[in-house]
Ligand binder design. Sequence first.
Ligand SMILES: *Cc1c(COP(=O)(O)O)cnc(C)c1O
Length: 396
Amino acid sequence: MTDFAATRALFNLPDGIVYLDGNSLGPLPAAVPARVAHVMTAEWGTQLIGAWNAADWMGAPQRVGDRVGRLIGAPPGTTVMGDTLSIKLYQALAAALALVPDRHLVLSDSGNFPSDLYIAQGLMATLGPQYRLHVVDPEEVADAITGDVGVLMLTEVDYRTGRLHDIAALTKQAHAVGAVVICDLAHSAGAMAVDVVATDVDFAVGCTYKYLNGGPGAPAFIYVANRHVDVALPALSGWMGHVEPFAFEPHYRPGTGIERMRVGTPPILALAALDAALDVWDDVDLRDVRRRSIELSQAFIAGVEARCPDLVLASPRDPARRGSQVSFRHPHARAVMHALKARGVIGDVRAPDILRFGFTPLFLTDVDVTHAISVLCDVILHERWDPEGVGTGRVT
Ligand SMILES: *Cc1c(COP(=O)(O)O)cnc(C)c1O
């Protein structure tokens, strides 16, 4: 059984706040600064370029990739770190389309994160006018899986509502018509027990700065199923994905296995931060995390609905159909969130009217949830928000 008091002690959380935004940027694990400092001074500062070999910086994307892989059910050698999620998605989609050259249709849904849709639009514009992106409502995905779909590209958890797709069932259906499946685990990895092998997806991608607490701009991951890992082409054929980067050959030859999905020089400092952050998961069972996340989020919904019935639940009520976040609608969502943050309860807002709260059992307690309910309901019931007070930052 996971000891959540022990995991909470592994984080540096500022006093006086309830952090319900670990689904957007995980907080700082206490061990990260010293690890990054060590890599800077003892490796970079002392070994200089020798650290690529001596500290095996060169192996970091795969080494850390295997650690992330363990959290998503991926066998060793099928997950690698690098770049950003948007870029890893580009590679996955290009590789997936190349596996089904006779098909030109990509199916996704309107609950997908805009960057995923934008990346698909950009890639398909490059590939040619025969390519088409079909975006349906999340509830209509199953019906839209027809024999002309080449790639089914879904994000498991809807960033606005938290609605959870049944990836295993949709993948089975897609495979039955010969389509390839990409699953974006941005809001799943570290939030629940993911099993990319059992769900049988062909590709999975995700970021590590949300539930995995890797820090702002932490490197992304890409998983390629064993059956494709020596076949799939990376699209972005950089030297770090070449079979022999230091042969400096004029022509690209893809690397062995998942190494081919590497692109350029890996972000060593960011990988060190992520590697230290992943230590937090060593004694954690993701099934416990999921169970606790459901307890906390159900308590939050029940408390909020009992005390401020004006807030409309935007998330599925059934926790089995929801990821690890709870969203409510409010016409002045930005102003309400601004007032909440001023009172130490930190969530975020997604346009146009979503108040979003993430539940991250590694560091959240029942007391936190009770406090967040009272602050939220106090702000709503007594209209303690200022319609003009929405903050000035570019990030919501
Ligand atoms: C957070 C998120 C992203 C962000 O992509 P970056 O390239 O890391 O900025 C993309 N897709 C989904 C589904 C996300 O949740």
